[in-house]
Ligand binder design. Structure first.
Ligand code: FAD
Length: 455
């Protein structure tokens, strides 16, 4: 009997899993493995860890209890398990993140030392980072031409889950630690079946109007599949197959391409995990010190006095999620109204988001801050009041997350300082006055960019 290992990482599903199919084709039986890696678990917060543990529980059940958990450095643990079960190969879905890529190189070298190999099959993306190139073979720096080339790449139809995978049972491992305390934060249900239900709901109820509703934070207009894409409880190929062609499907495809694009940028320029893509932007003046720290805290705790910003930041703490439009508004506010370094905001997001993903988060922030892939960032300073009025006209999203303002009717919810004829700065039902004047700070943000441009 030949035995091989399937090492699960960000691919916690059985359907449409090329590495699983490759493992089953290569050997008589498969040991399913997950390594609890302190380097990844350490920085993750409760919502992400709880989701991951829930996915592992599901996977253990789906593999008839065969899933082996090991805890420690994968460079030690993976070769050790392979030697224990006599496997000559360990199958994985390729990882393109800076840490995962380095880790896999080290695991491959350690396996080679004992005469075994790491076999990469499939990726977490529609197209593997680095595979979509210009006619002359170079990479794209701007999204629109990337998207045109991305659309031309043929995509395989998703493969069903194998009918009777031959799992090896009884290999010893560690127990899953208890799920962390969520401290009142609500998270999405983990696991492949829950992901399928989310996809069904989206296709049945929201896809057709996705183009119109995706910008309304009060609507259930988006898929909420970002966390499933992060942990691979669904593959984007499965989403494309279900979304099909049509106005909603086309727009959804466009958004999924952003995910591939950002993963590509990070893969090709891993230093952009910490530094601006446009390196000259590193010199922009940012505020630091106790006053800046207090502004950061007001932002993080949802008490800036700008209702749409506060609603978004409270959604982050309450649901470990923020609607995409609101992510842009709160990020713009941190960078261009509070003049804080985008990395502070990106770190806060990574700490709290259930779908926290280095590539999408980092480059989402860089796009808003004007340090990344967007070609015309100077002029776009989001006005938090007009953004709120435009995308949450009835104020339903604001009222959900900022209950102090629930009593305000209509558009008054966007400018509570005007309620009751008061001056700007007046408290409304315990809700704070704005911590800054947007018009003043917008001018200041543009001034700082101009200084940079002139140097
Ligand atoms: C400042 C900022 C930070 C962000 N941080 C993250 C993050 O950590 N993790 C993350 O998955 N997304 C991030 N995004 C992108 C986007 O906000 C989320 O993917 C989206 O809100 C998730 O909700 P959904 O699954 O319902 O999206 P849907 O609208 O249903 O979109 C479907 C999928 O397309 C992808 N997608 C959609 N919009 C984007 C985008 N702008 N960039 C990249 N991929 C996109 C996501 O995988 C998403 O799940 C960030 C955006 C900004 C502006």
């Amino acid at each position: 009997m030949s035995t091989t290992v399937l090492w699960f990482r960000r691919d916690l599903r059985l359907a449409d899993h090329p590495a699983l199919l490759a493992a089953l084709a290569a050997a008589d039986e498969v040991v399913p493995l997950f390594v609890l890696d302190p380097a990844l678990l350490g920085p993750a917060v409760a919502p992400r860890t709880a989701f991951l543990f829930g996915c592992l529980d599901h996977l253990a059940a789906r593999t008839d209890g065969a899933l082996v958990l090991r805890s420690g450095d994968p460079v030690v643990e993976v070769p050790r398990l392979a030697a224990e079960v006599g496997a000559e190969a360990v199958h994985v879905t390729a990882d393109f993140g800076p840490y995962g890529h380095r880790r896999d190189e080290a695991v491959a070298a350690a396996l080679a030392d004992q005469g075994a190999s790491l076999v990469r099959e499939g990726t977490p993306y529609v197209t593997a980072p680095g595979s979509v190139t210009t006619g002359s073979g170079t990479s794209f720096k701007v999204f629109t031409p990337y998207f045109k080339a991305w659309e031309r790449v043929p995509v395989d139809a998703p493969a069903p889950a194998p009918e009777r995978p031959r799992w090896v049972t009884g290999v010893t491992g560690v127990d899953l630690p208890p799920a962390p305390d969520l401290a009142g934060s609500r998270i999405l249900e983990p696991g492949e079946e829950a992901a399928t239900r989310r996809l069904d709901r989206f296709v049945d109820e929201a896809l057709e109007r996705y183009g119109e509703d995706r910008d309304s934070p009060a609507a259930e207009g988006t898929s909420r599949l970002s966390v499933d894409l992060k942990y691979g409880t669904v593959h984007p190929r499965q989403l494309l197959a279900r979304a099909g062609r049509g106005p909603g499907g086309d727009r959804f495809r466009f958004e999924l391409a952003w995910r591939d694009f950002y993963a590509t940028i990070l893969f090709e320029q891993p230093e952009t995990a910490r530094h601006p893509l446009r390196t000259e932007m590193d010199a922009i003046e940012v505020d630091e010190g106790p006053a800046a720290d207090e502004r950061f805290r007001a932002w993080a705790e949802g008490r800036t006095g700008y209702p749409i910003v506060d609603a978004g930041m409270r959604q982050l703490l309450g649901e470990a999620y923020v609607h995409n439009r609101v992510r842009m508004i709160v990020a713009s506010f941190l960078v261009k109204d509070l003049h804080l370094d985008w990395r502070r905001g990106a770190r806060h997001f990574m700490r709290h988001l259930q779908d926290g993903d280095l590539a999408s988060n980092n480059h989402g922030w860089q796009w808003v801050a004007g340090t990344g892939t967007d070609a015309a960032p100077y002029f776009r300073v989001f006005n938090p009041v007009t953004q709120g009025k435009r995308f949450d006209p009835e104020g339903a999203y604001i009222r959900r997350w900022v209950p102090e303002l629930a009593g305000l009717e209509g558009a008054a919810v966007h400018e509570p300082w005007k309620a009751g004829g008061g001056e700007q700065g007046q408290l409304f039902a315990g809700y704070p006055p704005p911590i800054v004047d947007h018009a003043v700070e917008r001018a200041e943000a543009l001034r700082r960019y101009e200084v940079l441009r002139a140097t």
